[in-house]
Design a protein around this ligand. Structure first.
Ligand code: PBG
Length: 353
């Protein structure tokens, strides 16, 4: 009863009293007994260093064309793609749980994809319609939008492809149009996830020139070329048609390079920086937190979500406990905010604590 570690820690008066009873014979002289601070839930809460709250979450949501439909992503149990009408219901449900921010990701019909990602800056596209609808339904909900070409790219890459290469500067020119269009539609933060060089500065200058001085940039600064993105690419049908993303996303083996990317993004005008994925990159989160005074975001990505869900479905782990432990660990490592598909579930679990 005293070692209970489930999220809910009911404190029984009897237990607390029993705890305080003196131990008759304390054989060994031992001044340091760290266990004193762990004796019961009240005490553990008193000395707890990291407290996860719903305020930490950004809830990523998948949106698709159509009406009155939601499709579960097979590799992400409990996560759905929503048509716009049902997306609003989901946003309202998230809001009711106290979630203050969402990140939008679109499933684009194949027919609208091309190499230049033209649909990405269509002012009547799915994302701007979703931003406007969300802002109308729940005006206080903060909306983060992804800036990258992959959902719109016939090649499934984050940039324009030429002779098997991903063009940098030509892509940045398109990303700038995409970001300005998203700001016009009402996005609070644009979040470039493409990893092209110089895109944060170009986007900042373009936003300012268009008068969007208060639209912020959450830079995916240390975004690694990761196999943990698999389920997300299922959700958006956005897997690369050839090769991989290793010429623009970072090598999993590097951390000093992450600091370089962060420094560049800060110099270019980022308001917040991100580490992605999170779980296998806790050291990077920690190092970046020591390195900058900007808020640090961690993206608890699709593959991390899928692993917990899969093991929980098998009955091999306690899904809720592992979820809360994982999210708390990300915050402990230094994340000020966490993008997580668990946002609603975690908000609910924290409420029941
Ligand atoms: C697109 C993008 C990706 C994710 C977020 N934005 C996929 C990728 O870079 O291939 C992954 C998110 C997740 O796995 O949850 N640029």
């Amino acid at each position: 009863m005293l070692t209970q570690s489930t999220p809910a820690e009911p404190v029984s008066a009897v237990a607390e009293a029993a705890d305080a009873a003196p131990v008759a014979e304390s054989a060994i002289a031992q001044p340091h007994r760290p266990r004193r601070l762990r004796r019961n839930g009240t005490l553990r809460r008193l000395v707890r260093e990291t407290v996860l709250t719903v305020d930490d979450f950004i809830y990523p949501l998948f949106v698709m064309e159509g009406e009155n439909q939601r499709q579960e992503v097979p590799s992400m149990p409990g996560c759905h793609r929503y048509t716009l009408d049902l997306l609003l219901a989901e946003v309202e449900a998230a809001h009711a749980l106290g979630i203050g921010a969402i990140a939008l990701f679109p499933l684009i019909p194949e027919a609208q994809k091309d190499n230049a990602g033209t649909e990405s800056y269509n002012p009547d596209g799915l994302v701007p319609r979703a931003i406007r609808a969300v802002k109308q339904a729940v005006p206080t909900m903060l909306v983060f939008t992804d800036v990258a070409l992959d959902p719109y790219s016939s090649e499934g890459h984050d940039g324009i492809v030429k002779d098997g290469e991903i063009l940098n500067d030509e892509t940045v020119a398109v990303l700038v149009k995409q970001a300005v269009m998203q700001a016009e539609a009402g996005a609070d933060f644009v979040a470039p996830s493409d990893m092209m060089d110089g895109r944060v500065g170009s986007i900042r200058r373009a936003l300012d020139a268009a008068g969007w001085i208060n639209v912020g940039i959450l830079a995916y600064s240390a975004k690694y070329a990761s196999a943990y993105y698999g389920p997300f690419r299922d959700a958006l049908d956005s897997a690369p048609k050839f090769g991989d993303k290793k010429t623009y996303q970072m090598d999993a083996a590097n951390t000093r390079e992450a600091l370089k990317e962060v420094d560049l993004d800060i110099a270019e005008g980022a308001d917040m920086v991100m580490v992605k994925p999170a779980l296998a990159y806790m050291d990077v989160i920690y190092r970046i937190k020591q390195h900058t005074n900007l808020p640090v975001a961690a993206y608890n990505v699709s593959g991390e979500y899928a692993m917990i869900k899969a093991a929980a479905q098998q009955g091999w782990i306690d899904g809720q406990a592992v979820m809360l432990e994982t999210l708390t660990s990300m915050k402990r490592a230094g994340a000020d905010l966490i993008l997580t598909y668990f946002a609603k579930e975690a908000a609910l679990a924290l409420r029941q604590k």
